[in-house]
Ligand binder design. Structure first.
Ligand code: IPE
Ligand code: IPE
Ligand code: MG
Length: 248
């Protein structure tokens, strides 16, 4: 990837990407869907490098959803093999770049060798603090909320500020909310990704299939994000009428 100019304006602290379009990319070339996933891995490498170089501190990538278990067995197995080899091949460079890997999702049904690689990679990179690269595998937003709710209730639903305390039980505990959510591949939907965490994310839908994504498109995405006025329900930023209304 060529050396890129930094985006000067406000950077999203947390970028999340629904990396969609691998299958259609391959089918358009008369190739197997698994070839599309392999090509998608190249785009993933490019995106991680580019966004880390820009200074994005948290990047969450949707790689396999709870619903993707419903795909043909051969495709699911090809994906798991790709995950195993990608973790092995990419880990040294991630560590070198100061990137911590973290996986979110229900990994209980994954092949044991994949589960082992995932935990080993998390341990080996845990001390890195330049960027947290979160890979959502076997992830569903509803699964996350239900697993959090179960544990929160089991703990006696603790906390004075229910929303922020509940968030500590989500798989993304300790990470900021999503600022910018990008989906490639042309569909305009969330597909059960970070339902809670993306409550106020800026949404960017790109038609490009994931394997064709370029650093330039990602840079345009960051520039577009910087031009958004994020109001969070207010008319102007940083105002809260509650006190004034109560004291009137
Ligand atoms: C996204 O690409 C990657 C995974 C879901 C694993 P798809 O495989 O969904 O590609 P399309 O949407 O069929 O083109
Ligand atoms: C979302 O893409 C999941 C991932 C990118 C891993 P899908 O291709 O599975 O989503 P739908 O089926 O089009 O909603
Ligand atoms: Mg898809």
């Amino acid at each position: 990837m060529p050396v890129t100019h930094k985006v000067p304006q406000a950077l999203p602290a947390h970028v999340a990407i629904i990396m969609d379009g691998n299958g259609r990319w391959a089918e358009a070339r008369g190739q197997q869907r698994a070839d599309g996933h392999r090509a998608g891995l190249e785009a993933t490498r490019l995106a991680v490098r580019f966004l880390a170089e820009q200074g994005v501190r948290t990047l969450t990538l949707f790689a396999f959803s709870s619903e993707n278990w419903g795909r043909p067995r051969e495709e699911v197995e090809a994906l798991f093999e790709l995950f195993v080899s990608a973790i092995e091949a990419e880990l040294p460079e991630l560590v070198e770049r100061g990137i911590a890997l973290r996986f979110i999702g229900d990994r209980a049904s994954f092949p044991p060798d994949l589960q082992t690689r995932m935990s080993e990679a998390e341990q080996a990179s845990a001390d890195n603090d330049r960027m947290c690269l979160v890979v959502a595998l076997g992830y569903g937003g509803r699964w996350d909320i239900v697993q959090a709710a179960r544990r929160w209730v089991a703990d006696g639903a603790p906390g004075a500020d229910a929303e922020s305390d509940f968030a500590d039980y989500l798989s993304t505990a300790g990470l900021p909310d999503v600022d910018l959510l990008i989906r490639t591949g042309g569909e305009r939907r969330i597909s059960n990704f970070l339902l809670w965490q993306a409550a106020y994310a800026e949404l960017l839908f790109i038609d490009t299939f994931w394997p064709d994504v370029t650093a330039d498109e990602l840079r345009q995405g960051l520039t577009w994000y910087a031009s958004r006025q994020r109001r969070f329900g207010r008319v102007r930023p940083a105002e809260d009428a509650r006190e004034a209304v109560r004291d009137a």
